[in-house]
Design a protein around this ligand. Structure first.
Ligand code: ZN
Length: 270
């Protein structure tokens, strides 16, 4: 059996200190009261349905409903009724139902709050003579600032190096893909057993493009994965970035999408 019904809760009251009671002719004894009615199921308030109220004279105890009030009182009653707010707990049932059946509403809103908060904390700006680029880097921290061309971020298992360029400083016949290949050759020539594992990928997003190639190579005691990237911010921008991630192969295979997601947050700061 479902037990349900309605309940009225006091919202607002107001003493009319200059109004004369039509019943007893006494002045200043009439109080207006507004109540909010809500639907409940098993005594849990579900949601409010209507407001109602009355006036009462404390001298003669005469009670008037809205339709019985003289105009001078009814106008003030209407205003009070309009201003009176339902209690927040009168919505508790409908809030619980939304959270129960649409938990994504909760996680989405907390995600948005967290994202905004972290943007201020974790937006990492890389500055070089050629420009500034910021990345949204949740869970990463800057570990090393040896020089402005060589900023590294780590989360323990992956390193990110960012190099900012300006097309003005590059010969016009050299493409961004050429620069990617130059950077790859430069690094790979210092490693043993280098192997291309993923050929050139072009990842378009918004009006921008990421050019990406993935290599493995031996370094010191183990095999590493190197994810080479150029971020092309589009024709309107003369700033572009070369970004390299280096990581263990198992970590890299698992997190390649995270690395690409970080790249897509890259923005030019002027
Ligand atoms: Zn009265």
């Amino acid at each position: 059996m479902i037990i349900y019904g309605t309940k009225e809760v006091h919202l607002e009251s107001m003493l009319l200190d200059t109004t004369i009671c039509k019943n007893c002719q006494e002045k200043g004894n009439i109080t207006l009261s507004v109540f909010g009615k809500h639907l409940h199921i098993f005594w849990i308030p579900l949601f409010p349905i209507m407001k109602k109220g009355y006036s009462q004279c404390s001298h003669c105890k005469n009670i008037l409903e809205a339709k019985e009030m003289p105009d001078s009182i009814r106008d003030k009653y209407k205003k009070l009724k309009k201003e009176a707010k339902y209690k927040i707990w009168q919505y508790i049932g409908i809030i619980l139902i939304i959270l129960l059946f649409f938990p994504s509403v909760l996680s989405l809103s907390s995600y948005m709050i967290n994202k905004d908060k972290n943007l201020q904390i974790d937006q990492r700006v890389y500055t070089t003579n050629d420009g500034k680029i910021g990345f949204y880097m949740e869970n990463y921290k800057v570990s090393n600032e040896k020089n402005p061309y060589d900023l590294f971020c780590e989360n323990g298992e992956a390193y990110m190096g960012v190099f900012v360029f300006n097309t003005k400083n590059i010969a016009s016949d050299i493409t961004k893909k050429d620069i990617l290949n130059l950077q790859i050759t430069n690094l790979i020539s210092k490693r043993k057993n280098a192997k291309e594992v993923v050929g050139l990928k072009e990842i378009p997003y918004r009006d921008k493009t990421i050019y990406q190639k993935i290599y493995t190579a031996d370094k010191d005691y183990g095999k590493y994965m190197y994810i080479f990237n150029i971020i092309d911010f589009g024709k309107k921008e003369d700033t572009f970035a070369y970004v390299i991630f280096s990581t263990s192969i198992t970590y890299g295979e698992k997190h390649i999408n995270d690395f690409t997601a970080i790249l897509k947050t890259g923005e030019i700061f002027k």
